[in-house]
Design a protein around this ligand. Sequence first.
Ligand code: GLU
Length: 472
Amino acid sequence: MSGPVVTRFAPSPTGFLHIGGARTALFNWIFAKRHGGKFLLRIEDTDRARSTPEATDAILRGLDWLGLDHDGEAISQFERADRHAQVARDLLKKGAAYKCFSTQDDIAAFRDAARAEGRSTMFQSPWRDAPSDTHPDRPYVIRLRTPGEGTTIIRDKVQGDVTIRNDQLDDMVLLRSDGTPVYMLAVVVDDHDMGVTHVIRGDDHLNNAARQMTLYTAMGWDIPVWAHIPLIHGPDGKKLSKRHGALGVEEYQAMGYPASGMRNYLARLGWSHGDDEFFTDEQAREWFDLSGIGKSPARLDFKKLENLSGQHIAQLSDAAVLHDVQEFLHVTEQAALIDAQISGLHKALYCLKDRAKTYPELIEKAHFILTLDPIEMDAKAAKALTPVFRSILRTLTPQLQNVSWTKEALEVIMNRVAADHDTKFGKLAGPLRAALAGRSVTPSVFDMMLVLGQDRTLLRLDEATVDKTDES
Ligand code: GLU
């Protein structure tokens, strides 16, 4: 195919952005980027009863979070209904379509008779070849005149050649009797008018492709490259459903995965490049090809997602992590960070980024810097701070008052205090974590001290030892 690549994502706005839809969007996005082409967005809102603006918003939000930016304005399929109807009338004029006056009752009677005689129940309109002077004056639909014999071959980049006998394709309705176009016509006309060169979508649309091809042929339009990708299955290998949890892409944002990790994971879900699991957007762009898409359904694997998520958090820039954490707090309706917390977190990122698989995990580990003084201790931490350890920690304070605040110097002091009390530094770590963070899962004691600085470290040691001991 010559000319620039144009792909599109064409969701129906009837609910949230499904994880399968997100992956379809991603494949189209990467493919377009890989070829320096365009990625377009079309909202398939022709089904007025089921389409809602809220669903459109949810889809846009999901795409936005995933960073799948589209070129140009999003197109509303419904708004193009006149154009779709016009194409049906053009086909009628060309003789590639015909007026069918059969009523629902006629069709039902045809089917009953066919069933009784053991014939195919696929409707064959008696109006297909009826001369126009026999046409009655009553409402009609416009049907496509399908070839009837021969075969239609879909040359699919994922499924291979899929051959369909034309006698199995009915003369589909293009325009209903109320003048509204059908969905199948809308898709073809829109893809053509938008200049779509590659249609990458779920294989639940493979059947539609055969009918859509007859329409392309009837109009004399170029047929796009098709790639029908297998659906995503749950971890148990069964079709993805509510019982597997987390169907909407926004739920993944709320679970605290970074968008880049999610892109990596979704790209791997059904597509592979050798044994590579972790890759950046740039690598995906360089490597992505339709031939790397597998034919069998991919399974969701949360362990793998977590793993990739952690690797992505580790290699994101500080600015990106700070941005993501704040977004995460916002979408999960948690309190926003104040400036002091943001700058504290920024300082701490060096010892947090490579140890968290998700943002909630990172936030939990950042508790020591995000919490405001005086800190509150959770039950486990409080237990670690026994009277014996409190008194040991109390001897630490004067030594920390006159020391250069470096990891090496702090290490020397800690080891000395431990030795003075016939113990090892490792034994002091738990009580120290408790004193400095009020938690038991934290970055290393030294990192916390460096990030907190001398004054806050001493303040917390004081709080955790002197004050409480005096009260008891
Ligand atoms: N609107 C269809 C869907 O949401 C997609 C149609 C297409 O990609 O051709 O499943």
